[in-house]
Design a binder for this molecule. Structure first.
Ligand code: HEM
Length: 384
């Protein structure tokens, strides 16, 4: 189901389908989907990613300092993390500064809140409000795209994804229409914002709950303190990589994906009729005790180089899938890994955080997993 199997096509809940634009990659299928994936992937090639590092570091630094100023008694971290990832996404995907405070940011949050809701379009329902916000978002984005496309002097059109996509051409030399640019940018903002917030919040929570892991993470960072962050230096932070992998195993931001059966078939001895819906389960795979003994335990050493060496390529490919797999594998996975690592490196080097008592840390799973009481911490700079 994860491979290029034409008996299954991607499917989304009705509310998501209705709110994502028709021209968004998530809803495109077949050759058009392949063609567009190739085009959009240009924004996540190593050269483009390298160019994003400085901006991510700058926004991360500003947020961390602000949290240290405000959070000495209490910081309600999850909504702040949402603002942080939205600012990074708006800047790098659409070239917009302080996105969370703009009209686009506010409309986007209302739109997101309706993506997985009951598809009843009334003025007071989440879905109805999201539909209206979606129409206004179209207007704001269309205007941005028009301005950007018409401005030959735009400082560096390749410095963000929108700039790259305006210039990009598909295999037939065609550029994306303004309407498609609109839908694709909105999809990228959504895909890159909710999931990353969840992964980063889980990292902060799990590391706070495991001081032994924190000590090892900090020790690794001291080896890199004098080296500028780059794709290469981030790759060398192997313990951080292990920890992030284990975070996304234990709390995958996306629990699974729906596929519609377009041709009756047999899978593992089961007959699956055409028209049925099947769900591939990321969470259940990551909780399989044959693959991960004591699956509820947070243990980054599961992903140590020695342990990975003992696993077959298939076991690694199909037993660990926070980013899905096959033709629908997450397009922004390297972007996500980059942002998580930069955030973690800056946090570990300069700051400390402590979970406040009397809060509910159980995870709410919609739209993506996060602690019920929004992760309340005491936050300060290590320099104090
Ligand atoms: C920790 C962060 C992230 C996680 C865990 C994640 C996870 C996933 C998963 C599981 C899928 C496959 C859904 C399916 O099989 O139906 C997916 C698809 C996708 N992701 Fe991500 N994602 C993350 C971050 C991002 C970011 C940062 C971007 C872009 C900036 C992004 C863009 C996309 C896109 C465009 C697709 C649709 C691909 C297609 O349909 O061909 N994701 N993601």
């Amino acid at each position: 189901m994860l491979s290029n199997d034409r008996r299954f096509v991607v499917s989304w809940p009705p509310s998501t389908k209705a709110l994502l634009g028709n021209l968004s990659l998530a809803l495109q299928t077949g050759e058009l989907h392949q063609n567009r994936r190739k085009l959009l992937a240009q924004a996540f090639l190593p050269r483009a990613l390298s160019g994003y590092i400085g901006t991510i570091e700058q926004i991360t630094g500003q947020y961390l300092e602000r949290w240290a100023d405000q959070g000495q008694t209490e910081l309600v971290w999850y909504p702040e993390l949402r603002r942080y990832t939205l600012d990074v996404a708006c800047k790098l995907l659409a070239g917009l500064d302080n996105g969370s405070e703009t009209e686009l940011g506010h409309l986007f949050e209302t739109w997101c809140a309706g993506l997985f809701s009951i598809p009843l379009a009334l003025p007071w329902t989440k879905f109805g409000q999201a539909k209206r916000a979606g129409q206004q978002l179209d207007r704001v984005l269309t205007q941005m795209i028009r301005q950007r496309s018409a401005d030959p002097n735009y400082p560096d059109p390749g410095s963000d994804t929108l700039g790259l996509l305006i210039q990009a051409r598909d295999d037939n030399g065609q550029s994306l229409t303004p309407a498609e640019l609109n839908d694709q940018v909105l999809l990228l903002l959504f895909a890159g914002h909710e999931t990353l917030t969840s992964a980063i919040a889980s990292f902060c929570l799990l590391v706070a709950q495991h001081p032994d892991v924190l000590v090892k993470l900090r020790a690794e960072q001291t080896q890199f303190e004098s080296i500028p962050l780059s794709l290469d230096s981030l790759k060398q932070m192997t313990y951080l990589e292990q920890v992030l992998r284990e975070v996304m195993r234990l709390v995958p931001p996306v629990g699974g994906g729906f596929r519609e059966v377009v041709e009756s078939c047999e899978l593992n001895g089961y007959q699956i009729p055409q028209g049925w819906m099947v769900l591939y389960q990321i969470s259940a795979t990551h909780q399989d005790s044959d693959l991960y003994p004591q699956p509820d335990r947070f243990d980054p050493d599961r992903f140590s180089p020695e342990n990975l060496q003992q696993q077959s390529a298939d076991r690694q490919k199909y037993g660990y899938l926070p980013f899905g797999g096959g033709i629908r594998e997450c397009l922004g996975k390297e972007f996500a890994r980059l942002e998580m690592k930069i955030f973690a490196a800056h946090l570990l080097r300069g700051y400390q955080w402590e979970l406040l008592p009397d809060q509910n840390l159980d995870l709410v799973t919609v739209p993506t997993p996060h602690p019920k009481d929004d992760l309340r911490v005491r936050f300060s700079s290590l320099r104090c």
